[in-house]
Design a protein around this ligand. Structure first.
Ligand code: ZN
Length: 317
């Protein structure tokens, strides 16, 4: 049976205290007013503290509202790990959203994280939050999490036009969507100019409940198969199409350069190296010539262009 507590606040504190028995690194901190009412409760476990040590360069700080019985803001500190996944770095419940409350919260966070500041912090456009960051974490780069919202959708003959409002700027952007071809186009022309979908198109995708990028927004140039067509067309090409081959080529160039740098200073080493290289060159050339030749151009003997004459000089203005 659930144990009864004198208040929800004392129950929550007892619960967090019990977790600390199993997780000694668990950090719990709270403040109360003169009549002992809970004001600000912050907690984070050992895992969050360790994750912050590794991935704490970027910190996001976000409050959600009125989701609990006391209608208190619920604050989440989060970050991103090396798999680009969200990680929780700390959680808090506060009674309000004043600058003083955020200052108190950030101080609790810093104490839990042994004073380590993030390099940058991302928040909503909240003045109290912004001022608190300047006071508690001076010098930390502060970035706004600018939200986009679809405010209107007009139906045309073949497509739908979405109006997207960008908070803070007040500007509205237009994205058209053709359901039959799953084609998107935005007035910012980012897709047409650099081949990547913009935030406004992504906002429409979210609105339409797309769970992955439609193929119309993934240009072939970004795919693994981008050069496949050319490779098929020119199988005998001497160009290095993939990064694996490029890597091998770069290694050979680098190693040869290092050998040459040593060898050229010593006459004996120089002669030995030159002899080795010309032998190797000859053997590779004969090996290559034994391979069947598909290209007419390769039948031209050596680099002998002696028969080619200069063009006639033309008179021009
Ligand atoms: Zn756009």
């Amino acid at each position: 049976m659930r144990k009864q507590h004198t208040s929800d606040a004392s129950g929550a504190l007892k619960y967090l205290h019990d977790i600390r028995k199993k997780d000694p690194m668990m950090y719990v901190s709270y403040t109360a007013d003169e009549s002992s009412r809970l004001q600000c409760l912050f907690w984070c476990n050992a895992e969050s503290q360790l994750l912050y040590e590794v991935f704490g360069d970027v910190l996001a700080f976000d409050a959600t509202y009125k989701k609990n019985k006391y209608l208190c803001p619920f604050v989440v500190f989060s970050g991103i790990n090396h798999h680009n996944q969200a990680i929780f770095l700390g959680t808090a419940i506060t009674i309000d959203e004043t600058e003083e409350t955020y200052v108190c919260l950030l101080e609790q966070f810093l104490e839990a994280m042994k004073g380590k500041n993030p390099c940058s912090i991302i928040t909503d456009d909240n003045l109290a939050m912004r001022n608190a960051i300047t006071r508690v974490m001076p010098g930390v780069f502060h970035r706004l999490n600018i939200k986009l919202r679809v405010i209107d959708c007009k139906e045309m003959v073949m497509f739908l036009v979405y109006m997207i409002l960008k908070y803070c700027s007040g500007r509205v952007w237009r994205v058209s969507y053709c359901p039959s071809t799953v084609h998107f186009s935005c007035c910012c022309m980012r897709m047409q100019s650099i081949g990547l979908p913009c935030d406004y198109i992504l906002a429409v995708l979210v609105c339409l409940n797309f769970t992955e990028l439609p193929s119309s927004l993934v240009l072939n140039r970004w795919s693994k198969s981008a050069t496949e067509g050319i490779k098929e067309k020119y199988p005998d090409s001497s160009m290095y199409w993939d990064s694996h081959l490029m890597g091998k080529y770069a290694t050979l160039v680098q190693d040869s350069r290092e050998v040459c740098e040593v060898a050229y200073r010593d006459q004996e080493e120089y002669d030995k190296m030159l002899h080795f290289l010309s032998n190797e060159h000859r053997s590779l050339k004969s090996k290559k010539n034994k391979q069947p030749c598909f290209n007419e151009n390769h039948n031209q003997q050596d680099d002998n262009y002696d028969g080619i004459l200069d063009p006639v000089i033309v008179c021009s203005n």
